[in-house]
Design a protein around this ligand. Structure first.
Ligand code: PMP
Length: 477
C-alpha cells in the first residue's frame, strides 16, 4: 500500500517551488520552501517532533506525561499535534493578544490553553514563559519544552530542513534566506548548508525593521513570530540559545508594509497563500536575488500558511485601519488631513508611569482637545523621530478625568480606553462618521502601523468642506 503508519511521517519533507516573478531582471532564481505543507501546517512541526523525541530519549518525558510550552503560535500547534499523536497531555500558555483561531486550533488538538497577559517584561513572574515553567514543575510528569533554550530546536533543522534543501537543489544552493524568531530554523539549516558546501552558502536573516536582531529598537511590529521584540522594561535583553549568530552572514531589515504587500502579491500572482513572516523572508530574498547572477540560487523558507491571518493581512479593512493600504485617491482620505511634515513630528504621548500632576501639566500645555494617548513607560522610550506603534497605545489621558483625580496618583490608575484609530488610507467622510459615533474627542492617525498624528472631528470636517459643501461643525451631532 502507498500509505503511512503515522502522521508523524508527514512532518517536514516539504516541496521547493520556483517563484515565478522574482522582481524581474536578470537576478538569481528564487526557490521557496513551503513549510505550510507539513502535517501541522508550519515549520514548527519539525521541532515539535524533535523536542518530544529527544525528551523521550533522555527520560525527561515519560508515558502519560504532560508537554508544557509557552508560545503564541505554531510551536504550540506542532507540539499539540505530536502530543496528540503520541498520547501525551499538552498545556500551552498564551499571551492574551493571541488570535481566537490560534487558541481554537490548540483546543482542537486537545491541548489545555492557559491565557496570561501579554506585553510583560521577561523577568515578570506572570510572563508566559515563567508561568509555563511553573506549570511544568508543578505537574507530575510535566516537561517544559522550552524552544528558546532547547538544543533540539536548531538540531531539528540541521537534521531535516538543511539536508532536504541540499538534496532538492542538487547542492546548487548558494544563498539561504530565513526569518529569525527563536533562530532555530536559520541556525540549524544554515549550519548544515555551510558545512555541506565547504562554507560557500551565504546565510541571510530577514528581520522585521523594528526587531533587535537587525539593530531595531525592539518596539512592537505587526509581522508575527519573526524577529525579536524588546519590552521597554526588559533591562538586559538576553538573546536565545537557539539563535547561533555566527551562522548568519547578514541581516536585512524588512518593513511591515513591504512584508504584507509581498504576501498579498504572492497570493494573487503566484497562488501562494502564506503568512506575514513569509513576506518578510521573500521580500529579503528578492532583494538578495536582484544583486546576483542567474548561475546562483536562492532558497527562501516560507514558515506557515496565510489561512491563519485571513482576518488581518488579507483583510482590506484591517489593512486600511492600520495604515498599510493607501485607499482610493479619488476621495479625501484621512492621511490628506495630515501633511507629511506633521507625520514626522512625535505624537504628544504621555507615559503611564507619570503622575496625574505631571500628565495634567503636559495636557494643559500641548494637547489641543484635552486628551492624549498614553504609552507604557520604560528605560527605552520611543526614539527621537520615531513614532510609537499602535499596539503600544495603552490608554488615553483626558483633562476632564485627571482634573478630578489626586495629583500624586499614578496616571495609569486614571486612564480612559485607547483613542480610536484611523488609517491614513481611510475614506475621510466614513472616518468622520465613525469618529462622531464613538464620541471620542480625538483619533490617532495610523500610518504603516504607527500613530503619526492626532485628529478631531473638526480636522476631518475642514478637509471635507470644499468637497462635501459642509461648513465646519455642520455634520456634528
Ligand atoms: N515565522 C513563523 C510563522 C514562525 O512560526 C516562526 C517560528 N517562531 C518563525 C517565522 C521563525 O522561526 P524560528 O523560530 O525557527 O527562528
Amino acid at each position: 500500500m502507498d500509505a503511512h503508519d503515522s502522521l508523524l511521517e508527514l512532518i517536514g519533507n516539504t516541496p521547493l517551488v520556483r517563484l515565478r516573478a522574482p522582481g524581474g531582471g536578470d537576478g538569481a532564481p528564487v526557490y521557496a520552501k513551503l513549510e505550510y505543507l507539513s502535517a501541522g501546517g508550519s515549520v514548527k512541526d519539525r521541532i515539535g517532533l524533535r523536542m518530544i523525541e529527544e525528551a523521550e530519549r533522555s527520560g525527561a518525558l515519560r508515558p502519560g506525561g504532560t508537554v508544557v510550552e509557552a508560545t503564541s503560535g505554531n510551536t504550540g500547534a506542532g507540539l499539540a499535534m505530536v502530543a496528540a499523536a503520541k498520547g501525551y497531555r499538552a498545556v500551552v500558555v498564551l499571551p492574551d493578544k493571541s488570535s481566537a483561531e490560534k487558541i481554537a486550533t490548540l483546543r482542537a488538538y486537545g491541548a489545555e490553553v492557559v491565557v496570561r497577559p501579554g506585553g510583560l517584561p521577561q523577568h515578570d513572574p506572570e510572563h508566559v514563559v515563567n508561568v509555563a515553567e511553573r506549570i511544568a514543575a508543578g505537574t507530575p510528569g510535566g516537561w517544559f519544552a522550552g524552544q528558546y533554550g532547547n538544543p533540539a530546536n536548531p538540531e531539528a533543522h540541521y537534521l531535516t530542513t538543511g539536508p532536504e534543501i541540499w538534496r532538492q537543489t542538487d547542492g546548487r544552493v548558494t544563498h539561504l534566506v530565513s526569518c529569525v524568531g527563536t533562530g532555530g530554523t536559520i541556525s540549524g539549516t544554515g549550519r548544515f548548508l555551510k558545512e555541506s558546501s565547504g562554507g560557500r552558502v551565504r546565510v541571510i536573516g530577514a528581520d522585521p525593521t523594528a526587531s533587535v536582531y537587525s539593530g531595531g529598537d525592539g518596539r512592537p511590529y505587526f509581522v508575527e513570530a519573526a524577529g525579536r521584540f524588546r519590552h521597554p522594561e526588559t533591562a538586559e535583553d538576553v538573546w536565545p540559545d537557539s539563535y547561533h549568530q555566527e551562522v548568519v552572514d547578514q541581516l536585512l531589515p524588512v518593513p511591515d508594509r513591504e512584508a504584507l504587500h509581498t504576501i498579498r502579491r504572492l497570493a494573487r500572482e503566484e497562488g501562494l497563500l502564506v503568512g506575514g513572516s513569509s513576506g518578510t523572508a521573500v521580500a529579503a530574498a528578492l532583494r538578495v536575488a536582484a544583486g546576483l547572477g542567474p548561475q546562483e540560487l536562492v532558497v527562501v523558507i516560507l514558515p506557515d500558511s496565510g489561512r491563519q491571518y485571513l482576518s488581518k493581512y488579507f483583510n482590506d479593512e484591517w489593512m486600511l485601519q492600520h495604515g498599510f493600504l493607501d485607499g482610493d485617491p479619488a476621495a479625501p482620505r484621512v492621511g490628506d488631513a495630515v501633511p507629511a511634515a506633521e507625520r514626522e513630528r512625535p505624537l504628544p504621548y504621555l507615559h503611564h508611569r507619570a503622575t496625574v500632576a505631571q500628565a495634567l501639566a503636559a495636557l494643559r500645555e500641548r494637547a489641543a482637545a484635552g486628551a492624549a494617548p498614553v504609552l507604557p513607560a520604560g528605560p527605552a522610550p520611543v526614539a527621537p523621530g520615531r513614532q510609537p506603534t499602535v499596539p503600544e497605545l495603552a490608554g488615553t489621558a483626558t483633562l476632564d478625568r485627571l482634573a478630578a483625580a489626586a495629583p500624586a496618583d499614578p496616571l495609569a490608575d486614571h486612564l480612559d480606553p485607547p483613542l480610536p484609530r484611523l488609517g491614513t488610507g481611510r475614506d475621510a467622510a466614513a472616518a468622520l462618521a465613525e469618529l462622531e459615533d464613538s464620541g471620542a474627542p480625538l483619533a490617532v492617525v495610523v500610518h504603516d502601523g504607527h500613530g503619526v498624528a492626532l485628529i478631531g472631528p473638526d480636522g476631518l470636517r475642514t478637509l471635507l468642506a470644499p468637497n462635501a459643501g459642509n461648513a465646519p461643525g455642520s455634520s456634528g451631532r
